[in-house]
Write a protein that binds this ligand. Sequence first.
Ligand code: MD6
Ligand code: FE
Length: 210
Amino acid sequence: MRLPSKLEIAPGIALWPGALNAATQEELVREVFALADVSPFYRPVMPKSGKPFSVEESNFGSLGWVSTVEGYRYAKEHPLTHAPWPAIPEILLALWDAATGYRAPPECCLVNLYGEGARMGLHQDRDERALDAAVVSVSLGDDALFRIGGDTRKGATRSFPLKSGDVVTFGGPARLAFHGIDRIVYGSSRLIPQGGRLNLTLRRVTPPEA
Ligand code: MD6
Ligand code: FE
């Protein structure tokens, strides 16, 4: 896979606007929902409070990121079906190589499904041990407003729009930057049959040498 030129949003944060063409976006959406038949979307809950997420989630890969009242963790199985997660689609593996050049493949593709009104609060992706690998994020469907800050929850933040087909990487000095989704523009895209937005984030969890 070849990527167009990237924009440096901040040190360690790169954006490839429209990296995936319409045909590739459609193919990915088909694959994600086909895999969701075996690995269904479910609504995770927040650690401690048990408050439900506004997004629904699933995972692909050898490890899936899950959130329960006990905390966040990587798990080999779906929390409801107890089946192993399905393999990460080839398109995404090729994208990972093109965007990161990392020496090992991703182990997790976390899938977030946003319906009307869904959002994601400011958070860090810090449950991975391979923090030298960037996180690769793909947006599909409705437009979203992405917010980024620094390594502490306080500090200044800024936001920028993400559109269907955009790819973002978080690495190096930005690997632990706080970020979230303020809102989506529900109904702005017709890519996803039932409407809304899909976000796919690819992560390397364990150091390749481990
Ligand atoms: C989203 N993205 O775009 C949520 N995490 O719906 C993330 O949480 C994210 O975009 C790490 C790196 C890039 C991301
Ligand atoms: Fe994240």
